[in-house]
Ligand binder design. Structure first.
Ligand code: FAD
Length: 655
């Protein structure tokens, strides 16, 4: 399916509006603010659902920009990419188009926690996303900065909530109205950049922060609770100045595995992939960090940064005397730069140069762009519903880094879901939610809206209780059918493909179940396999496939008339067989949780006057968060099982 022909960048950008006066309408169903990873998925998803959508972003050329590492996926994050793809989002196909080094991480563990990952060519990724947006019906892209969010005052006689009315652009007086607005401003909300002792306003290097007007509306008019977080990025290194012979070579997988369920191969051929390199810090690195601490404002701030992607300063200070990994990763096919993953830093540029030269492979390295840090405002996400709508403001949706997450994949997943719900709101359709039992996207959103964040949130497989069911290989079966039949964000082409896959898998599993033979007969047919069961036991093909040394191809070679038609699905069938006993056990638990998940809690419950048997603290938490389901209430920090029983009884009583 990789048949896409991309128009050359300059020609197609001319087709995208740069001026508000070029817009054919001044009223949209959905306006998305920000063209990062959340915003692009939100805009495309809203348009797919059927909403007339406007994407407003500061610079068209940075649509789809990878602000930090040029890579997509990984453990937990790869699952999100597969799910976004299963819902017809962009990032999986963009990864297949732009990937230059594909690996499956965690391969030594079971396929449920494999992490599909690709190193990306930055330019190709941007081009793909921009071209996709251009080709999306009902979507207009406008290059401008949103100065103000327009909201109506709450009407106490009606909902008592604010309602979104539209936006006003910088340097424009008139409004563009919309039923829904999705804010995806990333690290730009009151953003400040830090290098050494210098601080300047900015959302990312070379980009101004979001306007103060936007922050003002969120804080002062809507009264939203806002927090502050920080992150940083490493210097980019001139490739030719690095002695790669002093680093360990890490080749990609021999056969790149595409992210997208629509693709059978990636654009980059196996032999065209580029390697990564691994090297380590030395005691000299630690010395430079310590000597320059007094010149490093960012590291001195108390603001929380990403714990799982820390700066070299934080790593050295937390684990003194240790040798830390540094990955040298390509930035693109034609790029002259390397990205040193693990060396995010904010000391002055001359000290950055001293630091990298303490690593043998970089003893003569040159810096192209220094590393820097950014601090930004985020909106505490417990103020959102599972549709990612601000509870106190009808029609206002938030997605991405603005909700306290970090990472492209987390942003893309939220963006898609916020875009879907913004469109449904605008088109007077009920909101839709994804549960923890059916997707990582559900886990991500539930964690955000019910627990909130105290540090930048990133996805891990350990966050998902049902990870053996939520596998990267089966995201299409979990989400594509629902995405088409219930949500409306999946094309008929993708739906037809998912139905074909589902039917073939079902037929193949039925065929495997029908092949029931005694262990003696199996031993004769597959003499090289060690079958532990005693000789009178009857085993089906599905049972046999659970053995680690039995592949589907082996069974198909013994029974070609029954099985060879399904060879295309051999790996998926093997995984299904291995996980089936686990998943069958989990099914009951999932059904119980789904019942609980689905029990809605009325939004007008007066929590503060609930029975006194519930502590004041519990009542305060419930009143502040206003969980939309009993399941969400269960996961709130500080809510005891006893409180849940009281709440359940109360809701049954008033229902
Ligand atoms: P972004 O990708 O930041 O996109 C926001 C978009 O909104 C931009 O296009 C901007 O131009 C636009 N915008 C903002 N305000 C307005 C406005 N008023 N009007 C119009 N458009 C507007 N992630 C990691 O996982 N690990 C890391 O180590 C890491 N380090 C990072 C270091 C730095 C310096 C930065 C900047 C980011 C880093 N990230 C890291 C975060 C990663 O880039 C984000 O998680 C991801 O890009 C978030 O996507 P987003 O769509 O929410 O926001």
């Amino acid at each position: 399916m990789l048949t896409k022909k991309l128009p050359s960048l300059p020609s197609f950008l001319l087709l995208v509006s740069r001026r508000a006066s070029h817009l054919t309408r001044q009223q949209y169903d959905v306006i998305v603010v920000g063209g990062g990873h959340a915003g692009t998925e939100a805009a495309a998803a809203a348009a797919r659902v059927g909403a007339e959508t406007l994407l407003v972003t500061q610079k068209i050329q940075t649509i789809g920009a990878l602000s930090c590492n040029p890579s997509l996926g990984g453990v937990g994050k790869g699952q999100l990419v597969k799910e976004v793809d299963a819902l017809d989002g962009l990032c999986g196909r963009a990864g297949d188009w732009a990937g230059i080094h594909f690996t499956i991480l965690n391969r030594r563990k079971g396929p449920a926690v494999w992490g599909p990952r690709a190193q990306l060519d930055r330019q190709r990724y941007r081009e793909f996303i921009q071209s996709e947006l251009l080709g999306t019906p009902r979507l207009t892209v406008l290059e401008s900065s949103v100065e103000e969010l327009l909201v109506t005052e709450p009407n106490p006689e009606k909902t008592g909530r604010h309602r979104v009315a539209g936006i006003r652009l910088a340097n424009e007086t008139h409004a563009i109205s919309a039923s829904s607005v999705v804010l995806t401003t990333g690290t730009f909300l009151s953003g400040s950049l830090f290098v050494g002792q210098t601080t300047s306003p900015g959302g990312r290097i070379g980009d101004a922060p979001s306007s103060a007007g936007l922050s003002h509306t969120l804080k002062e008019r809507l009264g939203l609770r806002i927090g502050r977080l920080k992150t940083g990025t490493p210097p980019r290194i001139v490739k030719d100045s690095v002695d790669l012979s002093l680093a360990e070579l890490h080749p990609p997988d021999g056969h790149p595995t595409p992210f997208s369920f629509l693709n059978t191969h990636t654009r980059c051929k196996p032999e065209e992939q580029l390697p990564c390199y691994l090297t380590y810090t030395t005691p000299g690195v630690e010395r430079v960090v310590r000597e320059s601490l007094h010149l490093n404002c960012h590291i001195q701030q108390d603001t929380k940064g990403p714990r799982y992607c820390p700066s070299i300063e934080s790593r050295v200070l937390r684990f003194p005397g240790r040798k830390h990994q540094v990955w040298l990763e390509p930035e693109g096919v034609t790029s002259d730069l390397l990205y040193p993953q693990g060396l995010s830093m904010t000391m002055p540029p001359d000290k950055q140069l001293c630091l990298i030269r303490e690593i043998p492979a970089m003893h003569r390295a040159e810096i192209h762009t220094p590393g820097y840090g950014v601090q930004y405002d985020f909106v505490c996400p417990t103020q959102l519903s599972p549709a990612l709508q601000v509870k106190s403001t009808q029609g206002l949706f938030l997605a991405g880094q603005i909700n306290g997450t970090t990472g492209y994949e987390e942003a893309a997943a939220q963006g898609l879901w916020a875009g879907v719900n913004a469109a449904r709101w605008a088109l007077s359709m009920p909101p839709v939610a994804l549960s923890r039992t059916e997707s990582y996207i559900g886990v991500l959103i539930d964690d955000l809206v019910s627990r909130g964040v105290t540090e930048p949130y990133r996805m891990f497989t350990s966050r998902a209780e049902f990870r053996t069911s939520l596998r990267p290989d089966n995201a299409d079966l979990r989400l594509t059918l629902k995405g088409f039949e219930e949500v409306g964000c999946v094309s008929s082409l993708r739906y037809t493909e998912a139905i074909r896959v589902r039917d073939n898998l079902q037929d193949a599993m039925e065929a495997l179940e029908t092949l029931a033979l005694s262990t003696t007969t199996w031993r004769k047919k597959l003499p090289n396999i060690h079958i532990s069961e005693n000789k009178n036991t009857s085993l089906t093909g599905m049972n046999l496939l659970q053995y680690s040394d039995v592949s589907f191809e082996m069974l198909a070679s013994v029974f070609p008339e029954y099985l060879s038609a399904y060879s295309e699905f051999s790996q998926r069938l093997k995984i299904e067989a291995v996980y089936r006993p686990h998943c069958d056990l989990q099914k009951k638990e999932i059904e119980r949780i789904q019942k609980e998940e689905n029990m809605s809690l009325p939004q007008d419950i007066d929590y503060l006057s609930l029975p006194v048997s519930m502590s004041q603290e519990v009542r305060d938490i419930l009143n502040r968060v206003r969980p939309s389901t009993l399941g969400a209430a269960t996961r709130l920090q500080g809510i005891t099982p006893a409180a849940i029983v009281h709440l359940l009884n109360y809701v049954r009583h008033i229902g």
